[in-house]
Design a protein around this ligand. Structure first.
Ligand SMILES: [Zn+2]
Ligand SMILES: [Zn+2]
Length: 277
């Protein structure tokens, strides 16, 4: 062990902090330790964003439900893709009806975890959504996500996102920038205006914990927190093992200093149902 590291460890052991690490945090513009929130996976009640073989998931609805049940979740949002994304067999109204029949069957086979039928609906280029209002209205949860044309001009992208957060049936904005760390930068828009509007309309912003996304980042989530937004922390799981991403997402939310009351996944089934009404 190097002398420097030994000193940091000795400081940490003695005082619980290290001047060197505090200086690093400052230099890296990271929040101070005391500014982090305290969030525990033990208290996490359920995940609302997941996929099944109905679109691009790799597991059946039953397997996903059993995975959530094994973790002790009280609810799981089944939110497959909308039709626009043809490569992943997005669901139209007809297939959603068929899916709801399967859901009723699966629900009989799993105790404890309530399945919420939802959709991850595409935010189209002009900000309209990829399914008719009448369909969105009857679903338990609507996550609106930007997937394509993320390189729009900021003004057009802002108008697009403003329209999505103003839609009466949208509950959550999924992975709000669409970034893919290491390969693709996310969309650029007037984040402040859009996040403010989301807060006003009680539309939650997602911290998508898929390691390929990590979207929102802790820095942006902190900004959204300051603008009054609520959040969901979801695995966006495409297989049961991916539920395991959530603890990392909670770590990101802690870094962002988001208090537990602002994260919907810590709420009971009744409370979350009410929030998504
Ligand atoms: Zn998505
Ligand atoms: Zn998804």
């Amino acid at each position: 062990m190097g002398e420097g590291i030994a000193r940091v460890l000795a400081d940490l052991a003695k005082t619980g902090e290290s001047r060197y690490l505090n200086r690093l945090r400052e230099q890296m513009k990271q929040p101070a330790l005391e500014d982090e929130s305290s969030l525990d996976f033990e208290d996490y009640v359920g995940d609302i964003h997941s996929h099944t073989k109905w679109s691009d998931g790799r597991a059946t609805m039953l397997e996903m439900a059993q995975g959530a049940q094994a973790l002790g979740y009280r609810y799981l949002g089944i939110t497959d893709h909308s039709p626009r994304i043809t490569v992943v067999h997005g669901l139209d109204a007809e297939r959603l009806v068929a899916q709801s029949r399967e859901m009723a069957e699966v629900q009989k086979q799993v105790d404890g975890v309530t399945l919420l039928q939802g959709i991850e609906v595409d935010i189209l280029e002009d900000g309209a959504l990829d399914l008719p209002d009448a369909v969105l209205e009857i679903l338990d949860v609507v996550i609106a996500s930007p997937h394509v044309k993320l390189r729009q001009e900021p003004a057009a992208m802002t108008a697009r996102m403003m329209r999505a957060v103003s839609h009466p049936h949208v509950d959550v904005i999924g992975h709000p920038t669409g970034r893919r760390p290491g390969s693709r930068e996310g969309a650029t828009y007037d984040f402040e205006a859009v996040f403010k509007e989301a807060a006003k309309n009680h539309v939650a912003l997602e911290i998508d914990t898929d390691p390929a996304r990590m979207d929102l980042s802790p820095e942006m989530a902190r900004m959204a927190r300051d603008l009054g937004c609520d959040f969901v922390v979801d695995a966006d799981a495409h297989a049961p093992a991916e539920f395991g991403y959530v603890p990392m997402g909670l770590w990101m939310a802690r870094r962002a200093g988001i208090p537990k009351e602002r994260i919907l996944n810590f709420r009971s089934l009744d409370e979350i149902t009410m929030a998504f009404e």
